[in-house]
Design a protein around this ligand. Structure first.
Ligand SMILES: [Zn+2]
Length: 474
């Protein structure tokens, strides 16, 4: 068997901690399984989980010290889900970004409707597979330990094995694809139900944290397949009454509309965060779980299909607003980038924004750099992977829809072999860029108070300079 479980001696540790009674002494548990990232979690001396790491990297932490009734959960050290429970059993939850801005909130009534513990939680896995949204429609529960999921014209059979208390591994055709772990939070009551504690980690490192028991109007789940966690999605089950103002009428078929799921997809970057919210109908089946039926027409209104990551990235342009709004098909992943031509100059990781999984590359940039390369050596990017290539709209508040957001511009390094910014390099690039028909951002704009610009900006977007200003002088 492939199973390789290193659990340590949990009971003995717990007993030792209890007898020792030392504040701060806790329990560390490691879960390992061939083909999946190693998961480690730490509980404090009160038995409450405080931190979870994946392959040694912190992904989740809980802060139990603020107040016993308000528990912040940090996700990838960027997103915070705060769950507060009042004495009457009602609760509220908020999602905050890394700048402290609230991105979603919910209020759960004291007798709020709760749903069954879902058999499977697969949003992170579906994201890994690149499934088009709406994938839930084809999910088929074969048994308590097996589901079938249509994917790319095939049917993937996921079989779950319990490998410890509250710890399951799912395999597809004998290959482990995900962990499904009920973290032993060490909380009780409503707090234990609402504070997200069901951890799903896929073989590629996508991470999802879901509520143990989904509540109407509660934050159901948060997930990311972005290693930095800068792009995260979360879902909130909304009751019919709370969103009655939407244009969807009552459902007349056998299935019962439970309400709606609000999907928020957010990007966090150095200057703030941007989110898209979409609302979809959810239906309760007789078992109390939720499904999203195909089409889902109700009362003459068809809810929009959930969006692909490329469509969500496109929406950032519409929401800013930026014009034109690119087509979703124009967004390139690393594979598409690898045949764009731009890979001959910069790696995908260097060109990519820290806040998005896809980039835009305009062919004019590739041919323009090619023309420059006949007379100068094209240096690397000035700030690789951090906005010197592609940027999402709004990443630079001064130019929210600037040339970087359309893949027509780059910021090139002007460092010489000693590592200092060098006007000789800047001037040579400016001459070559101008001759190639590009627009050169004047040195005096980049370094308005004089001195040497810290990069060279060239755009191939139809603009040209008749005079790109004062040449750079050391
Ligand atoms: Zn620039």
């Amino acid at each position: 068997m492939k199973k390789r479980v290193l659990t340590g001696c949990l009971a003995a540790f717990l007993a030792a901690a209890a007898f020792a009674g030392k504040p701060g002494s806790g329990v560390r548990r490691q879960l390992a399984y061939a083909g999946l990232p190693t998961i480690t979690y730490v509980s404090d001396s009160d038995g409450q989980v405080t931190e979870v790491t994946m392959a040694g990297k912190p992904i989740i932490s809980y802060d139990w010290t603020a107040a016993p009734y308000a528990v912040p959960m940090r996700f990838f050290n960027r997103w915070t889900v705060v769950t507060s429970v009042l004495p009457d059993g009602s609760a509220s939850q908020q999602v905050m970004d890394s700048h402290g801005a609230q991105r979603a909130s919910s209020t759960i009534l004291a007798h709020g409707r709760q749903l069954a513990h879902p058999a499977v939680v697969l949003d992170a896995y579906a994201t890994d597979l690149g499934l088009s949204p709406g994938w839930q429609a084809g999910l088929e529960t074969v048994s308590a330990n097996e589901v079938r999921l249509p994917a790319h014209g095939k049917s993937i059979s996921l079989r779950y094995h319990a490998i410890g208390d509250g710890v399951r591994v799912a395999e597809a055709d004998g290959t482990p694809v995900l962990w499904d772990i009920d973290l032993p939070l060490g909380a009780s009551g409503r707090l234990a139900q609402l504070v997200p504690s069901r951890l799903i980690v896929t073989s590629t490192g996508a991470v999802q944290l879901a509520a143990d028991i989904p509540f109407i109007d509660g934050i159901e789940s948060i997930w990311t397949n972005d290693a930095s966690g800068s792009h995260a999605s979360f879902g909130i089950l909304r009751a019919d009454a709370t969103v009655r103002s939407t244009s969807v009428g009552p459902h007349a078929e056998m299935m019962v509309v439970c309400g709606y799921t609000e999907f928020d997809s957010c990007w966090d970057y150095a200057g703030g965060s941007v989110c898209n919210a979409d609302v979809y109908l959810t239906y309760c089946d007789s078992g109390g779980g939720t499904t999203t039926p195909p089409g889902g027409g109700t009362g003459g209104t068809t809810p929009p299909p959930p969006k692909t990551p490329q469509q969500q990235q496109r929406d950032l342009y519409a929401n800013q607003p930026c014009s034109p709004v690119p087509d979703a098909s124009q967004f390139l992943d690393s594979t598409g980038y690898g045949s764009s031509g731009l890979q001959n100059y910069f790696s995908f990781a260097d060109f990519q924004s820290p806040s998005a999984s896809y980039v835009l590359v305009d062919s004019a940039l590739v041919s323009g750099l090619g023309a420059m390369a006949r007379t100068v050596t094209i240096p690397g990017l000035s700030d690789p992977g951090n906005g010197a290539g592609y940027r999402i709209p709004g990443a630079n508040s001064a130019t929210p829809c600037g040339d970087h957001t359309y893949g027509t511009a780059v910021d090139l390094s002007v460092r010489n072999s000693s590592g200092t910014h060098d006007c000789n390099i800047w001037n040579a690039l400016a001459v070559a860029g101008n001759a190639a028909g590009g627009w050169v951002e004047p040195a005096s704009s980049i370094a308005p108070n004089g001195g040497v610009p810290n990069h060279f900006h060239i755009a191939f977007d139809g603009r040209t300079n008749t005079n790109y200003g004062d040449a750079c002088t050391n």
